[in-house]
Design a protein around this ligand. Sequence first.
Ligand SMILES: Nc1ncnc2c1ncn2[C@@H]1O[C@H](COP(=O)(O)OP(=O)(O)OP(=O)(O)O)[C@@H](O)[C@H]1O
Ligand SMILES: [Mg+2]
Length: 311
Amino acid sequence: MGERGVIETKDLVKAYGKFIAVDKLNLRVDEGEIFGFLGPNGAGKTTTILMLLGLTEPTSGAARICGFDPTREPLKVKRITGYLPEKVGFYEDLTATENLEYIAALNNLPRDVTSRKISELLDMVGLSEMSGKKVGTFSHGMKQRLGIADVMIKDPKVAFFDEPTAGIDPEGIDQVLTIITNMAKQKVTIVLSSHQLHQVQKICTRVGILSKGHLVAEGSVDQLGRETIGGGKFRIEVQVSEPTSKLVKSIKNIKGVTNVESSGDLLLICCDKDLRPQIARTVVDSDSLLVQMKIEEYGLDDIYMKYFREQ
Ligand SMILES: Nc1ncnc2c1ncn2[C@@H]1O[C@H](COP(=O)(O)OP(=O)(O)OP(=O)(O)O)[C@@H](O)[C@H]1O
Ligand SMILES: [Mg+2]
């Protein structure tokens, strides 16, 4: 296995008895990437993350985090990784600050940096005012925010966020996404498992879609859009008076058009750019009248739905 990817898996398998939760998974995530790990409930996302963290043992195959084997070198992996689990657990009788102090101590962070850092982090996640309150009194979203501070306290090289925005209010979601984006700018490598496709699309450099333990698609949202949606990020629907084959041919010849289909007086055009002006001119230059034109931009929702509709 090459040693360059910050995260690498080779034919990684996790079986629970006869049930295969993760099936020969090959992943590679590079430094500073935000990798969106997607897939329906039960697809195997959390199981994969647990294997990468050394918290559950693979049945076969290999995983490496910065070259370390999570099964054989769990402490080395623990030192460089941060993890926000699906269900964050804190000491409910301790305050937010005390919980973070405890985590800092567990990670052998020097005391003098700890207190300044804790207050900075609590501020960053919007919990300054709650710092002295017992975590037992926190709402789900507040615990989630504290979980993000927990991930950041040891300056991890690699951070795994399993549904980080679940239960967080809309303003908070923006804050969380900004924090994650800023971590990546500091070269932290991030894996973000989420069902919130719009959020993922906003910040992820690359996504992988997992289905029943298999990686069914992987790439940037743009790339996947082109590969899966008949080649093209945009779909333009044009209604014309005379949908002649000559007109279809002329539109096909426009640079950037990847596909044209006609159905009655409608032309469905796939393209990489918004080519409405060029298409309008071509229609007007033909013998046809332009009745109307609509444009749709494809996003991660469409790509995702396409994979799961076809199964
Ligand atoms: N300890 C376990 N014992 C048996 N089966 C398990 C265990 N942990 C997970 N599974 C099964 O493995 C599959 C994958 O679960 P996993 O939690 O990885 O899914 P996920 O993609 O994280 O789903 P979600 O989006 O709901 O969080 C599921 O079918 C689950 O029931
Ligand atoms: Mg999960």
